[in-house]
Design a protein around this ligand. Structure first.
Ligand SMILES: *[C@@H]1O[C@H](CO)[C@@H](O)[C@H](O)[C@H]1NC(C)=O
Ligand SMILES: *[C@@H]1O[C@H](CO)[C@@H](O)[C@H](O)[C@H]1NC(C)=O
Ligand SMILES: *[C@@H]1O[C@H](CO)[C@@H](O)[C@H](O)[C@H]1NC(C)=O
Ligand SMILES: *[C@@H]1O[C@H](CO)[C@@H](O)[C@H](O)[C@H]1NC(C)=O
Ligand SMILES: *[C@@H]1O[C@H](CO)[C@@H](O)[C@H](O)[C@H]1NC(C)=O
Ligand SMILES: *[C@@H]1O[C@H](CO)[C@@H](O)[C@H](O)[C@H]1NC(C)=O
Ligand SMILES: *[C@@H]1O[C@H](CO)[C@@H](O)[C@H](O)[C@H]1NC(C)=O
Ligand SMILES: *[C@@H]1O[C@H](CO)[C@@H](O)[C@H](O)[C@H]1NC(C)=O
Ligand SMILES: *[C@@H]1O[C@H](CO)[C@@H](O)[C@H](O)[C@H]1NC(C)=O
Length: 578
């Protein structure tokens, strides 16, 4: 019996176990020589773990390897902390399966055991059970790790449990995901629907990503999702007579070699494909479900606002304004909390304005939270709703839609490319965050000092110049009749800066003459030098019917111009505000 080739589209793990069952039946009829050959091949393809064997977190160098060392089981330290996870790793150390989930850890005295009762068990230093395969009732006799990275428990010859069947957050080639299985990472989960759609959910409720191909829906019998070793995310089903249906190609698809491609639901809620070379500790992202990370619901925690800046491609998390503070100063992804609860000022609530921002709204929230109204109604309706509305977003994208967010978890996204304007109900006056650059006292102090030094230097230089000039004038021109014409020339000094003329719109005057000669686009130049309008925050009291508006400098205006464009909002039927 030969091993299934690496390039098989179907699930060779399942196929090979079926084949093993068949060989057992055959064994009864065929001679001992064939039996020995088969036995040799089977045992060669997987490393058998003896009952009673154990691994210890205190010695991560001790591992259980697959026959050709392609995969191994062992403990890995989580960062530089004193916690360890037990995982199946590709040669080099990239994990592809974790006992429990990525948050399941033990201390340095933890251990992983294959008990004679047939259980695989992860214990912490105090002997508490942290994870268990719950297989004691199956009469398990052997545990083994094969060349595909599958850890299998068997009773005699049939598989009763396998790591491929109990995925954590990763899928490797030869492993497939059925519609009844789920990948979990923190609050995020990934599922494959019987319609052939792929979905990502937050807290098992908010569907922030749902992708499918309507023409596949017909007649799928028992579809599974998997990754071909060449780096192609595919749907497998008996209905596909011409092979698996492609969902996505990795950007390095094609070559096989000793490279492993795998799918992973990351802790940040994105579903990605990675590539890693045999023996390498690092992985390269080769495809991701969401290209815009800020579209992931809850990425910045409750009340957190996701955005991008020039100096880093990964998103950053902020609080909406000074009316909020981070839940954990050391982890901006934990979200924000109000300094004063809205309940504490039932009649003094105001709406904080955040430009170019939206509050993420996905199924199943859409039908209940979408209203059709203009920007000012979107704001004032939320304000007058009392505790039923805590924030709103006027999409301003042509759909005429307004999201009204009820109390609960809300997730914000700010991007200069977004036409939306959002409002958050706060207690008392809105306190926009300080502009970036004066975030720390030390920074602003040193800047203040620099400005002061420059001012003094300029004043001293000017005084010096004036003294020298007046000295010269007094010395040479005090009796000259030419004085009158000279003073006229001095008036020209006012002209020197060119600034007053530019203010009046004479762009040519400040433009390099060489550029003017080359026929530059004056309109573009004008746009480039124009001052942006000052951002503002609206403070409005809700006590009386009349509005008190005040404009304030807002910090919510610095972003990378290169941030990804938002996806189009989901459509929904018209509803009216209650
Ligand atoms: C594990 O192996 C590395 C080198 O391969 C060695 O430096 C380290 O001391 C070993 N750790 C233990 C606990 O044996
Ligand atoms: C082991 O787990 C138990 C139960 O969760 C916990 O009470 C105990 O503190 C843990 N021991 C260590 C050493 O982490
Ligand atoms: C192995 O487990 C299966 C259930 O998964 C059971 O039907 C079968 O009888 C068991 N075989 C032995 C030898 O215990
Ligand atoms: C997650 O969902 C559960 C109900 O499924 C709910 O009770 C809980 O409040 C939700 N968590 C958050 C943070 O909203
Ligand atoms: C499948 O995804 C498509 C979008 O790609 C969506 O229109 C359709 O409603 C989804 N179907 C299900 C059953 O979720
Ligand atoms: C949807 O599936 C059909 C049939 O397999 C295929 O021809 C088409 O290219 C797919 N569409 C997309 C957008 O993948
Ligand atoms: C951009 O993000 C980096 C990393 O989070 C941060 O250090 C830097 O201050 C940010 N820049 C601005 C202008 O906000
Ligand atoms: C944040 O980190 C600092 C230094 O690592 C620590 O002293 C402080 O207690 C941490 N704060 C919180 C809220 O965890
Ligand atoms: C509303 O706020 C003002 C000042 O911001 C304060 O003087 C007044 O007492 C507040 N009213 C209530 C009902 O909280």
């Amino acid at each position: 019996m030969a091993l299934p080739p690496l390039y098989t589209y179907r699930n060779p793990a399942i196929k090979s176990s079926e084949r093993q069952t068949k060989t057992v039946q055959k064994m009864k009829f065929q001679n001992l020589f064939v039996f020995l050959c088969l036995f040799f091949t089977v045992t060669k393809a997987q490393t058998t773990i003896q009952p009673g064997a154990s691994l210890s977190a205190s010695n991560p160098n001790l591992t259980w390897s697959s026959p050709n060392n392609t995969f191994y089981i062992g403990f890995s330290q989580v960062g530089s902390s004193s916690s360890y996870t037990l995982s199946i790793n590709y040669n080099g150390g990239v994990p592809v399966w974790t006992a429990g989930n990525s948050a399941t850890t033990v201390d340095s005295e933890g251990s992983f055991r294959f008990l004679s009762s047939g259980n695989l068990r992860l214990l912490n230093g105090s002997g508490a059970i942290v994870w268990d395969s719950n297989t004691s009732r199956f009469g398990v006799t052997t545990a083994s790790l094969d060349e595909f990275g599958n850890l299998v428990l068997k009773n005699g010859t049939s598989s009763v449990w396998s790591s491929f069947d109990n995925p954590s957050d990763t899928i490797v080639p030869n492993q497939t995901l059925r519609v009844d299985q789920v990948l979990i990472s923190g609050s995020y989960s990934f599922t494959f629907l019987s319609s052939g759609n792929l979905t990502l959910k937050w807290n098992n409720s908010i569907v922030y990503w749902n992708q499918g191909n309507a023409s596949l829906n017909a007649n799928l019998s028992s579809p599974t999702l998997g990754i071909q070793p060449t780096g192609i995310l595919s749907i497998f089903d008996d209905a596909f007579t011409s092979g698996p249906q492609v969902v996505a190609y990795s950007n390095d698809y094609g070559d096989v070699g000793t490279r492993l491609r795998f799918l992973k639901l990351d802790k940040d809620g994105n579903f990605r494909m990675y590539s890693t070379d045999l023996g390498s500790k690092t992985q390269t992202m080769v495809w991701s479900a969401l290209t815009d990370q800020c579209e992931v619901f809850g990425y910045c925690g409750n009340m957190g606002i996701c955005s991008y800046n020039e100096s880093s491609s990964s998103p950053i998390c902020d609080c909406p304004s000074e009316n909020f503070e981070p839940v954990d100063v050391n982890d901006s992804r934990q979200g924000c909390k109000r300094k004063a609860e809205i309940d504490s000022c039932p009649r003094n609530a105001t709406m904080l304005e955040i430009d170019n921002a939206k509050f993420l709204t996905y199924e199943p929230e859409l039908s209940a939270q979408i209203f059709y109204m203009g920007i000012s109604a979107c704001r004032s309706n939320c304000l007058s709703q009392g505790s039923a509305c805590i924030a709103s977003t006027s999409l301003s994208d042509g759909t005429g839609q307004c999201y009204a967010k009820p109390p609960g978890f809300i997730s914000g996204y700010r991007n200069p490319a977004l036409p939306s304007t959002s409002y958050v109900k706060v207690c008392g006056p809105a306190q926009p965050s300080p502009p970036p650059g004066v975030l720390t006292v030390e920074k602003s102090r040193s800047r203040g000092l620099r400005v002061w030094v420059v001012c003094v230097a300029v004043v001293i230089t000017l005084l010096g110049l004036i003294a020298v000039e007046s000295g010269l004038w007094w010395w040479c021109c005090r009796y000259s009749p030419k004085f009158d014409s000279l003073s006229a020339q001095y008036a020209l000094l006012e002209y020197a800066s060119g600034a007053p003329e530019f203010e009046k719109g004479n762009v040519n005057s400040i433009l390099d003459r060489r550029l003017t000669d080359q026929g530059v686009d004056i309109e573009q130049v004008t746009r480039a030098i124009q001052r942006p309008p000052a951002p503002k925050a609206i403070t409005e009291s809700s006590i009386s019917g009349t509005s008190i508006m005040s404009s304030d400098v807002s910090a919510l205006s610095t972003f990378a111009a290169s941030a990804p464009a938002p996806s189009s909002p989901l459509a929904s039927g018209p509803t009216s505000w209650d």
